[in-house]
Design a protein around this ligand. Sequence first.
Ligand SMILES: [Zn+2]
Length: 321
Amino acid sequence: MRSIHKSLSLMLLVIALLVSSVTHASSTSKVVTVVTTIAPIANIIQNVGSNYVNVIAIVPSGTDSHTFEPTPSIAKLLGVADIIMVNGLDLELPTVKLAEKVKKPGTPIVMLGNKTLDRKDWQYDFSFPRQHGHPNPHLWPNIALSIRYAEIIRDSLIALDPVNKAGYIANTEVYLANLDELDNAIFDCIKSIPEKNRKLVTYHDSFAYFAPRYGLKIVAAVQPSNFSEPRPREVIKIIKQIKKENVAAIFGSEVFPSKVMRYIALETGVKFIDQLSDDELPLPPNNSFIGMMANNLTVMTDALGGDSGCMKNVNSNALVH
Ligand SMILES: [Zn+2]
């Protein structure tokens, strides 16, 4: 049942993306088929490539991208791609392996994260320990880094489709202005939070690159490296840290339901908010990467005692043009 549901939602997602992009396509030039993985990256590509690309995101919304295994129907999608764009930093290893086998010979695979950040700046932590060799891959919630993603996407599309160079440059300029606005708004949100509350405890460890940029301290991420629940010894340690640091709230996400978070909240008496997201977009009309980050910041800022009005001028439309 679950797999039927998943393939159905994948089909709907693919159809929706095809319809939304192809209808805008210019009739004189060939549309570039971009196959990508997670929804936030798909949305960045749609904005940069608007009018010229057809974006297919293969990880269905609401699916855990870290444990996602591509199915045979996904091999077919990878096989028709003109370009494949993934986050990289080991997030989509099974998909990249399959892509190398089934893609058309000339189709490039662009690893956005690996092109954005030098290996020396990769982060390892409790959920992504150095001894396992896989870094924390969540670069995109840090807007300085997602701006780099947009620029790399622009340059990769221009290399593949030079006829539409001016269009990609114009699209990217508009989109980067919106990302800049989001970036400034995030700084405003965090500034509105009392300094003693600028601390994060999350279940899923997706804010490791976000926190240092905006001045938050990560006290703990609860999810262990095998993506199961933590052991009692680890839970006790986290409860002690939360009490010692006087943390105001702890955060979960709908993609990673956790009984442990409720237990930790009960034991420490702090608020538990279950609404952060790192790869599931909000519902329309805010079904965009910017909309997802605006939601995250609204939730976070409210719970930590700040003023979430900081997000009111951000453009959360799926396409910003
Ligand atoms: Zn994640």
